[in-house]
Design a protein around this ligand. Structure first.
Ligand SMILES: Cc1cc2nc3c(=O)[nH]c(=O)nc-3n(C[C@H](O)[C@H](O)[C@H](O)COP(=O)(O)O)c2cc1C
Length: 192
């Protein structure tokens, strides 16, 4: 059985035994993860966020360049500003932590030219998915928020040119357990 913890390595088990997580089958994690938009009034420690960032960096990336960056936002004023930039999505300000995941387009484009911007976005998105699964495995609740005004987010967090915010991950200890909204079956064409 492949476990999330196995994927994250031995250090994971030895260093973070205090955290609320256990072994979780990858398919259980994929099926059990939900977008969580209501959070307990309970802080998320810096250690916990650092662990999520390490999980995110285990994601694949084009040329292993890891063309992605993170801005961890705990300050309430900035969380409120981010919620406004996200068209008033209040769970972004009520979450104790928001992690803004950015594509480092400049880094990727240095090696890959025009293709670099696509790769950097894919690098960032792969990291988001690893982070969401790790958060779920740790008992946290998170939501991938893609609806926001990019320029506003850039201004609020002073994100430089050549780096593009692609997702705001709102994060906290869950105060809801929504049912699965369901999925369509895979839309796949097989050429055999
Ligand atoms: C690219 C992308 C953008 C999204 N943007 C938002 C968003 O702005 N606000 C929000 O509440 N959820 C957002 N979501 C979460 C989806 O609504 C959610 O994943 C979907 O309804 C399926 O629910 P589940 O995550 O619980 O399986 C986004 C998800 C993705 C992948």
């Amino acid at each position: 059985m492949l476990c999330v913890c196995d994927v994250m390595g031995e250090w994971h088990k030895s260093k973070f035994t205090d955290l609320q997580h256990g072994f979780m089958d990858v398919f259980d994690a994929l099926e059990g993860r939900r977008s969580i938009r209501a959070y307990q009034d309970r802080p998320v420690s810096r250690e916990t966020v650092e662990k999520l960032l390490q999980a995110a960096e285990l994601a694949p990336s084009a040329g292993n360049l890891q063309s992605r960056r993170y801005v961890v936002v705990m300050c309430q004023d900035l969380r409120k500003a981010l919620a406004l930039a996200a068209y008033g999505q209040s769970h972004i300000s009520s979450a104790p932590v928001d992690i803004v995941v950015c594509a480092d387009v400049r880094r990727s484009s240095r090696r890959y030219g025009d293709r670099g911007s696509l790769y950097a976005i894919q690098d960032a998105d792969a990291a988001v998915m690893c982070m969401l699964l790790a958060a779920h495995a740790m008992g946290l609740g998170a939501c991938w928020n893609g609806a926001f005004d990019e320029e506003m987010v850039r201004d609020i967090l002073s994100i430089e040119e050549g780096v593009a915010p692609v997702a705001i991950i709102s994060l906290g200890w869950p105060a809801e357990s929504p049912r699965s909204p369901g999925r369509l079956p895979p839309n796949a064409r097989w050429e055999v």
